[in-house]
Write a protein that binds this ligand. Structure first.
Ligand code: ADP
Ligand code: MG
Ligand code: MG
Length: 891
């Protein structure tokens, strides 16, 4: 039996796929016997049918009617009746929580007649007309597509005519007037009357929720969070309860622990005499949850009890939406709550200590991205510095950027590559693109559970909200502080989401507690303890080793402190830049072998010193040194600039003329696919001779000094085993020469990068001449897709995201289907022809969680990533071992 409508009492938490997260949570709370207003859920299946075919499944209408009759029976009320009417909310709710992304309509069932019934039953005429006004506004906007501004304007007009400041001052007659005007607006703007038939209201509202799944902002959020567009949303239809019936009523949000820091103890906000959406929208300022103890001790105690029940049941931080109607507590929503990175680590290990979850579960609940975020530097403390404004520390971190005052400006700024801070009075879902684009979000209104705070925390964005000292003038593109200081668009700001301070100018940064701990090993509290425990666990569980990409002794030492077990990629190109560039230039311009040898001889000792330093920093651990990879013209001046300069000089220097000739000679239409990598080694053999000699001499020097150098030489861009054979012969010859000269034994494995499809396809042959494979997944992705990253990302990737050709850039997260296939194939072939072959990854994917999980499954020996990603990679390599079976690449 397929059923498209399910009463709350029939569902459970395991049915989130069908009922959505909100529906599953409501069902679970109902099952637990918690006070939930009754209702039912229209399934995601029904939504998918609707979105695919354009109409509801035929059975749905009947099931909905049946459910409604049951609801009427249970509540003893009738939808839209003229006496004590049943009203319902129609709430969206997908599998994964999308805060504020989808539309919810409250007070369905009110019309010109039932509003009188509500007034009579509640004994509050004003409340009834205010509810009707709200319905018309929400319904008009979300169901009938009327621009919400029309309603705002009408309300403002009336208040102006009556010389009123606040909505609360509107009396019954005013509200009746507004209701009339709103109905006229709906008719004028949509061409249709507001439906007086309550069942028609319900039907159309359900349909509107279905359709809101494809609203632009919902799509954007899903893309960012890697949520599949195919899931659809469920719709919850629930009997209304009213928090706006006076001082003994109210509404709030509560967490079982502090979602910002992870500290124990219930936490939240409460707004008396208000409807649920008022809190989330940050319209009025809520009071801390603790105040509820004074306002309504009985409800407060009950709420704490329910919070405990829920946390014990879900074994995790939960948040709830609750409403108190005339002294009676109702729960309207629960879910495992979003939290900051700090709270994530602290709560996971607090729950381990409380014996609620296992170590294994704790490791599942933290992740590398959070760990990396905790390592970000923070502003150096300076008690003497007075902030420009202070608000609530809603989402931690330090951000510096230029002030912008609307979403579009933030998007433009990010497009120019300029960091910005989005300043708003409060945010709405329409601000989402700007929030994504900005480094930080600052609002002047709203609490820690306002839209801005919830969304920023979810995205890991810095956020300060409720900075009341700021008056934000979005139209005038500026904000003014109480003291009269003006922040104009483009002014530099420093936003501290950890303390809630906003400063003018760019403040100096210092390392975070977690950053310091990871480098020096000294734990300083609950957070660093939790991080240490997670890493200890991951290190003992993981099979993948974690190396770093490092080109200098400084980076090598840093990587080692952060736990790197070797260097997977030491690039030698930067060693040819700066003051050494003239030497490289001389080598390139050399007229004959003697001149070239002279230039190379000058480079040799410099390069040797580089290697000595790196081998020393990584003593005892492998250091994979890549022979020069980029095309040589990268070391020469820019062609256009040089020819312009020469054209403007009457009698140019001979050197410059030669230089231009060389630049012209070496110019390539497509340097990425040109004379580089192993091709360069074969064309300019003196170059690699020098490089290998520098490595070998450095090894000898380190051995003499009593060290344990473990250099390895890596040949880039090989496509055929013959290329590698030729280079390998040359390398072995130089190693033997230096061994003989210095009288030392030099053990130096020689391997290759696999970064061309042909190398992967012929990996069995290539393995005959390689001691190790290192997958250069950046180039392998470029060459497999046949696109250059620099050109592609700006030119057509946005279009590709939009059309779901891929959900994430294949340069960020490995394309496991295509590039991944080449990797597994090359591994299999390589290991078949050389069983002891060492294999690793040195592309940027080595630091990406999803890619690391793939590399673990593929059976590589190590991943190599930038030094600051090493702790996250260790954590993810450990997490990859936890659930090989149910690992999901896409949600
Ligand atoms: P969102 O997903 O944006 O939080 P919700 O569906 O949870 O949207 O609803 C928006 C607000 O309306 C919430 O504060 C919620 O508690 C409140 N609300 C929803 N249904 C009811 C109801 N039946 N009675 C009272 N308040 C409700
Ligand atoms: Mg909600
Ligand atoms: Mg490469």
């Amino acid at each position: 039996m397929t059923s498209y409508v399910s009463a709350f009492a029939r569902g459970s938490r395991d049915m989130a796929g069908l009922l959505g997260g909100k529906g599953a949570g409501l069902a679970e709370m109902t099952r637990l016997g918690l006070p939930v207003p009754p209702g039912m859920t229209v399934t995601t299946e029904a939504c998918r049918v609707y979105l695919d075919s354009g109409t509801e499944p035929p059975e749905m209408a009947g099931e909905l009617e049946e459910g409604l009759l049951a609801l009427e029976k249970e509540t003893g009320r009738t939808l839209g009746s003229n006496q004590d009417p049943l009203l319902v909310s129609v709430r969206s709710g997908s599998r994964f929580s999308m805060p504020g992304m989808m539309d919810t309509v409250l007070d369905i069932g009110l019309n010109n007649v039932s509003v009188l019934g509500l007034a009579a039953a509640s004994g509050k005429e004003r409340f009834a007309w205010d509810s009707y006004r709200r319905l018309l506004q929400m319904y008009g906007r979300t169901v009938m597509g009327v621009d919400g501004q029309h309603f705002e304007d009408a309300l403002a007009h009336l208040k102006h005519d009556r010389s009123l400041k606040q909505d609360q001052q509107l009396d019954v007659a005013d509200l009746q007037e507004i209701v009339g005007r709103y109905q006229a607006i709906i008719l004028r703007e949509s061409g249709e009357e507001f439906p007086q038939d309550p069942r028609a209201q319900l039907r159309c509202a359900v349909r509107a929720v279905f359709s809101s799944w494809n609203a632009e902002r919902a799509r954007l959020y899903r893309r960012r969070e890697h949520i599949s567009d195919a899931l659809g949303t469920a719709v919850n239809i629930q009997a209304m309860v009213f928090g706006n019936l006076g001082a003994d009523s109210g509404t709030g949000v509560a967490f079982t622990r502090d979602p910002a820091t992870g500290s124990a103890g219930a936490y939240g906000e409460y707004l008396s005499d208000a409807q649920g959406e008022d809190v989330v929208a940050g319209i009025r300022d809520a009071v801390p949850l603790a105040e509820l103890e004074r306002l309504s001790p009985a409800c407060y105690r009950q709420l704490l009890g329910h919070l405990q029940t829920l946390e014990g049941h879900y074994r995790d931080l939960c948040d709830v939406e609750f409403t108190i109607e005339r002294g009676r507590l109702w729960l309207l929503q629960t879910r495992v709550g979003k939290r900051t990175a700090e709270a994530s680590f602290r709560i996971a290990y607090a729950l381990v200590d409380e014996k609620v979850i296992s170590d294994r579960t704790a490791l599942e609940r933290v992740d590398g991205e959070e760990l990396t975020r905790l390592m970000f530097p923070q502003f150096a403390a300076d008690p003497a510095r007075a902030p420009l404004a202070r608000g609530l520390a809603a989402s931690p971190g330090a951000a510096v950027g230029r002030a912008v005052f609307d979403s579009a400006a933030a998007v433009r700024s990010a497009g120019r590559g300029e960091a910005c801070v989005l300043i708003r009075r409060e945010t709405t879902p329409d601000d989402l693109p700007g929030m994504v684009a900005a480094e930080a979000v600052v609002t002047s209104r709203g609490g820690k559970t306002s839209h801005a705070a919830v969304v920023a925390r979810g995205m890991g964005k810095v956020c300060v909200c409720g900075a009341e000292n700021l008056t934000v003038d979005a139209a005038g593109r500026r904000a003014t502080t109480g003291a009269g200081t003006v922040v104009a668009e483009g002014d530099l700001l420093s936003v501290d989401g950890t303390t809630g301070a906003v400063h003018l100018g760019a403040l100096p940064l210092e390392s975070s507690p977690v950053g310091s701990f990871l480098e020096n090993g000294r734990s300083t509290g609950a957070l660093t303890d939790a991080v240490a425990r997670s890493l200890r666990h991951a290190d003992s569980a993981r099979r993948l080793k974690v190396y770093a990409n490092a080109d200098t002794p400084h980076d090598a030492a840093l990587a080692r402190r952060l736990g790197a077990e070797g260097i997977g990629l030491c690039r030698t190109e930067h060693m040819f830049l700066g003051t050494r560039r003239p030497l490289v230039e001389a080598m390139i311009l050399a007229a004959d072998e003697a001149a070239r040898a002279k230039a190379l001889d000058a480079l040799l000792p410099l390069q040797r010193q580089d290697f000595v330093g790196i081998l020393e920093a990584m003593d005892g651990l492998p250091v994979t040194i890549r022979l020069l990879d980029p095309p040589l013209h990268e070391f020469l001046p820019d062609r256009t600039a040089l020819s312009l300069r020469l054209a403007a000089t009457p009698s140019p220097a001979a050197h410059d003329v030669e230089l231009l000739a060389a630049v012209e000679r070496m110019h390539e239409t497509n340097p990425m696919l040109g004379l580089r990598g192993v091709r360069l080694a074969l064309t300019v053999p003196g170059l690699i001779t020098m490089q290998v000699r520098a490595v070998a001499e450095a090894v000898a020097e380190r051995l003499r000094a009593g060290g344990r150098p473990r250099a390895e030489i890596m040949v880039p861009l090989v496509g055929a085993v013959e290329e590698l054979r030729l280079v390998r012969d040359r390398v072995e010859q130089v190693l033997a020469e230096v061994a003989a000269e210095t009288g030392t034994r030099i053990d130096c494995p020689i391997g290759t990068m696999i970064e061309l499809p042909r190398a992967a396809l012929t990996a069995d042959r290539i393995a005959e001449a390689a001691d190790f494979f290192s997958f250069g997944t950046n180039d392998l992705t470029q060459t497999t897709w046949g696109c250059s990253r620099d050109d592609a990302e700006a030119a057509f990737f946005p279009l590709y995201f939009k059309n779901h050709i891929f959900e994430t850039s294949p340069f960020t997260s490995l394309d496991t289907e295509g590039v991944g296939l080449l990797i597994t194939m090359a591994l299999e072939k390589g290991l078949a022809s050389r069983p002891g072959l060492t294999t690793g990854v040195c592309g940027e994917h080595g630091g990406d969680a999803r890619s690391i999980h793939f590399f673990h499954r593929a059976g590589l020996d190590y991943v190599s990533c930038s030094p600051y990603r090493v702790p996250a990679a260790r954590l993810e390599a450990g997490r990859a071992t936890l659930r090989p079976a149910e690992h999901s690449d896409s949600r």
